[in-house]
Design a protein around this ligand. Structure first.
Ligand code: C5P
Length: 221
């Protein structure tokens, strides 16, 4: 357990994965379990922070001593993040946010009709919350952290994404069929806008979370 070096700080963490509805029973979603975001929330609380956890479709119990706000879709998650970030010292976007949502929502369940081809699903872009809050900081000195799941050229793609998003730190994970999603452990490299590169060996999601908070706390001092 680290020093209570986040005492007096407000940190906001998004976790889980958004679901973008097609009709009342179907959605486009992803495999995020929310475990890394919840580990970030628990460790920040243990280090003394006031924590707002914005949870998208997770099945995890609320961490003790943390304010939990639920958000289902990317648009709802954006609203919740913008609101909580207004007085936050740090924002960590650990949620897997859908890049696209169905262009239309059918109020009634979409039916299959005999002899007809299925209708294609038209998509529209979702807002990029991380890029938006990084470009338009709610407070000077606010530290913003993003996550990136990459399957190849992990470091080069991560560095490009860090620049594109404009955040201060980017946690880059290598993902694949049997890696990361739903697992208890993680392995990552944390890239910093100032050029820093912190490898985090395979280990519990709490250990990666503590490295993230070490880097955030150093930037808040
Ligand atoms: O572009 P990509 O989805 O790989 O970026 C991942 C990072 O950006 C994550 O931190 C995620 O929470 C954030 N993100 C976002 N809004 C989106 C898509 C991703 O904030 N629409």
């Amino acid at each position: 357990v680290r020093e209570p070096d986040l005492t007096g700080r407000h940190v906001v963490i998004s976790a889980g994965g958004t679901r973008e509805p097609l009709d009342p029973v179907r959605f486009l979603g992803n495999r995020s379990s929310g475990k890394q975001g919840y580990a970030l929330a628990r460790t920040a609380a243990a280090r003394g922070a006031r924590v707002t956890l914005i949870a998208a479709n997770t099945a995890l119990p609320d961490p003790a001593g943390v304010d939990v706000v639920r958000a289902g879709t990317a648009v709802q998650l954006r609203e919740a993040v913008l609101k909580a970030a207004a007085d936050a010292d740090a924002v960590v976007m650990a949620a897997a946010v859908a890049d696209f949502r169905p262009a239309a929502y059918a109020a009634g369940k979409i039916k299959k009709r005999d002899g007809q081809d299925p209708a294609p699903v038209a998509l529209v872009r979702n807002p990029d919350i991380l890029a938006e809050i990084s470009a338009d900081r709610a407070l000077p000195g606010q530290v913003i952290v993003g996550f990136a799941a990459e399957t190849d050229d992990v470091l080069a793609n991560g560095r490009a994404k860090l620049e594109r998003k404009g955040c201060d730190l980017l946690v880059v994970n290598e993902v694949g069929e049997r890696k990361t999603f739903g697992a208890e452990e993680n392995e990552a490299v944390v890239l910093a806008a100032d050029g820093g590169e912190t490898p985090v060996p395979h280990g519990p999601k709490e250990a990666l979370a503590d490295v993230v908070w070490d880097l955030v706390a150093a930037r808040l001092r």
